[in-house]
Write a protein that binds this ligand. Structure first.
Ligand code: 5GP
Length: 215
């Protein structure tokens, strides 16, 4: 059936957090493949891993470049995670939200806190925050080791960070207990789907009868 109802909405910032090894990166990597999102490319001072592309996975910056962005107030949020700094550019998030584009942010609990507390008027109602919880700490460690991308020292730092991050799950609107990759993705997709129908972000031209001149 053809509808003459015009529906428009502002963009959503889908913030996904969870410790390294929680399954968060796999969920985000899958969502990145879908055309209904833009992925927020963060700035970082860490070095690229093999295969990572500047401007696609991260904007890889020097410490000085990162400092200048802080000084210019360019970041919506930034945080020290593990032993490097990471930040989200305000300009990119603002233009996505105001133009009705949904943005996916893979950021840590500290960054999510800063966005929740932000007073930026364009952010009002835009944030949807999701925490991915690993099933057990042992499973988290197993997943981290299986990746084989970190040294033993880096694994220990990530496990320590995880211990600090886990208690923050209650600050999030949604929490997902990680199971298989497919199940995690299905749950996140269900949240995304429902959030896209929230009236708070919609503008609707009602299908009212066309007024006729009085006889
Ligand atoms: P990785 O170095 O493994 O790519 O990311 C390490 C951590 O940094 C992840 O937990 C990721 O969520 C977080 N992260 C990535 N980008 C940002 C960002 O822009 N801001 C904040 N606060 N955290 C980020």
């Amino acid at each position: 059936m053809l509808s003459n109802v015009q529906m428009q909405r502002s963009g959503i910032l889908f913030v996904v957090s969870g410790p390294s090894g929680s399954g968060k990166s796999t969920v985000c990597a899958n969502l990145k493949q879908t055309p209904d999102f833009r992925y927020s490319v963060s700035c970082t001072t860490r070095a690229p891993r093999p295969g990572e592309v500047d401007g696609v996975d991260y904007h890889f910056l020097t410490e000085e470049q990162f400092d200048s962005h802080i000084a210019a107030g360019d970041f919506l949020e930034w945080a020290q995670v593990h032993s490097h700094r990471y930040g989200t550019l305000k300009s990119v998030t603002r233009s996505a939200v105001t133009s009705g584009t949904d943005l996916l942010l893979d950021i840590d609990v500290n960054g999510a806190q800063q966005i929740r507390q932000s007073k930026e008027h364009w952010l009002c109602g835009a944030l949807v925050d999701i925490f991915i919880m690993p099933p057990t700490f042992e499973e988290l460690e197993r997943r981290l080791r299986k990746r084989g991308t970190e040294t033993e020292e880096q694994i220990q730092i990530r496990l320590k960070t995880a211990q600090n991050e886990l208690p923050h799950w209650k600050e999030y609107t949604y929490v997902i207990l990680s199971e298989t990759m497919e199940e995690d993705l299905q749950k996140v997709r269900a949240i995304i789907r429902a959030e896209r129908y929230r009236t708070i972000r919609l503008r609707l031209d009602l299908p009212l009868p066309v007024s006729r001149p009085e006889a």
